[in-house]
Design a protein around this ligand. Sequence first.
Ligand SMILES: Nc1ncnc2c1ncn2[C@@H]1O[C@H](COP(=O)(O)OP(=O)(O)OP(=O)(O)O)[C@@H](O)[C@H]1O
Length: 520
Amino acid sequence: MPQHNHHHHQDLSSLLAFKASADPLGSALPTWSGPNPCSGPWLGLKCDQFDRVTNINLDGSSLTGPIAPLLQLKHLKLLSLQRNSLSGRLPPLSNLSNPSLRILSLSHNVLDGPINVSLPNLLVLRLDRNRFSGGLDSVRLDRVLDFNVSENRLSGAILGRLTGFPPSSFFGNLALCGSPLPSCLSSSVNDSASTSTTCIKTLAKLGVTSVLYIVAIDAMVITLVLAVILVVYACVKRRMKRKAMSRYSMMSKNRSEERDQEVGGGLTAFEGGENLRIDCLLKASAEVLGKGTMGITYKAIIDEGGLAVAVKRLTTSRYSNGKAFDRCVRLIGRVRHEHIVSLRACYRNDGERLLVYDYMPNGSLQTLLHNNGYAMDWMRRKEILMGVAEGLEHIHANPSREPHVHGNIKPSNILIDGQGNARVSDWGLTLIAHNGFDDGERELARVQGAGARERAEEGDEGDGCVVTEKAAGGMGREAEAMAMVKIGMMCTKEAAGERPTMRQVVGMMSEVLEFAGEAA
Ligand SMILES: Nc1ncnc2c1ncn2[C@@H]1O[C@H](COP(=O)(O)OP(=O)(O)OP(=O)(O)O)[C@@H](O)[C@H]1O
């Protein structure tokens, strides 16, 4: 029988508790009012014949705060809250707490803490693009058909049923290993393999104090590390001549020898890079990805489990010194966006600067276009363009900080991540690429100051639109391609004032590409 006692609807208090934190301004869930959530026009809810809430679907609704109140709804079968800004922890979920839950979709939020989900009947678990940490050993899902935890900060082994999912379900984590990703332990137990595995396992459990302690110890090994880097550099240079892609080992001395060295400098970690250790990094096997204007970029595999990072070793003469460098790097390290490659750490020592980025496994737009003989389909071109535009827009006009410019946008700086999304790389390096403290400081002040908007117009739109024109030049529906070319033309106007801002470009492209809903 439906429940008619409006004052005591059993699900009301949980829903209102969620609303209070998720929509503090009352603008996202205006229809969530009244005594009975199952009889009014409550947005995104569905109830069963007994007047209990069974489905909640509030994707992309600008919600904030914790989700815990909704998980108190005992009859809930489907909970989908993708693309919001929900934060805090996911409470432990079990058959006792959530017996009916079949679909849980929380992708694209800022949820953190461990994942503790033991629901034998759950069919869909999507937790990708959050900040979950820890391992997957408290995940027990006997019937799950769709599973994704990519782009979190998870570490440790992938076990049981989960090994049957594709690598894309796990990409972009700190240190997950085991099938379908590379194995956690090398089969031959040699010294370097066991050291590097221990390395990453310990890392996952380290707290801030331990990290500081390690950084202090690391400070002692840097002289040797420098020597190793120089040897490696010379070696890489030689090999590069013979072969474009060369492999080498950065491991050449044992740890007790390293501890004897007296040195200064260290590693600055940014969000998501807290567990990186410079000694692990320098022992990692590495591969040259290419040489750019600022230095050489390597792919480094940090442990046998296969955590890959891209390490950019800056050429000494190309970066500014002292505080300007630190400020610029900190600025770059703070930016997190789904279409920008994240800088996870910076290693800084007298003659040495290493920037550690997420490794993008699918190459750059340049290689993509080149390998396919420029015959990429129109749909794919559109997705990439839209991603780049959103990434640049975030650099130019993030409301939470000062506007900046990218300064060097081109196809080799547009990388493709594990999910196939476009990500802008190398942003901010033009800030660093100035000779001397004053130049760097001045440049920083210039782009942060009142003239920043103008700079943005002088800078990336011109370049960004070159990419637009190039990408639009392929196959595809003529009308769309024409409209894209027109946007490209607007961006090439000589007078800065006549060119659209990146925000306007994103707006126009959304319309043309029928992406308006997603881009909003
Ligand atoms: N995070 C990354 N993941 C994967 N590949 C990367 C990453 N960063 C750079 N690369 C690749 O490494 C190569 C060298 O990159 P690098 O940024 O050093 O030079 P560039 O982009 O070619 O030139 P520039 O220095 O003018 O930007 C390029 O092919 C680039 O696509």
